[in-house]
Write a protein that binds this ligand. Sequence first.
Ligand code: 5GP
Length: 207
Amino acid sequence: MEGILIIISGFSGAGKGTIVKHLLEDEQYALSISATTRKPRAGEYEGQHYYFIDETEFKTMIKHDELIEYASYVGNYYGTPKNYVLEQLAEGLDVILEIEMQGALQVKKQFPDALLVFITAPTAYEIKERLIKRGTESLELITKRLEKSLTEINAIDDYDYILVNDGLEETVTHLHGIIDSEHERVKRNKDLKDRLKKEFIELLKGE
Ligand code: 5GP
């Protein structure tokens, strides 16, 4: 069976990166590594957190149709390389895209069966606190990210689930549960239904 394409978005500072890292401890998942024109932060590595490229390279990827989606976010481009995602889905793995909302909606158009999960901290105040504590950005950039979050609020309506991150372990378990349930959807189990049907026919032939 093909894997599920799982899009995880959330406000900057909602803790989605940490949640995804824990989710990936399970072998059923593959993480798509995005390309970005943003400069690496301290502790970020090429090919592990992102493929860090310049704007010319990014535009070449767009031109060659190598990205499933891309978006501009607070002054930089971010995009999802296509091949890896298609390969891993075909292998039966659930592929995780940790991307912002404009990109998520582009993916949903192309992959209507994708599962869209939005992660937030319990309050907007906590989001600001987390961004300040992370210490990777200036107060000016943090304000930009908070302003961006406000403009994105209404797009949450296009997601399937909204998860409040009020504790890492609980949130990861919860997310696992959502994905597991998603696997049981009838639309994702047509093969099972067809097999049962065949079995009934065979069985009744023998009666
Ligand atoms: P950051 O700069 O904090 O790593 O990421 C900024 C935002 O870009 C986050 O919301 C992150 O989820 C999103 N992002 C990361 N990779 C991609 C991508 O490939 N496509 C899109 N559309 N957004 C991405």
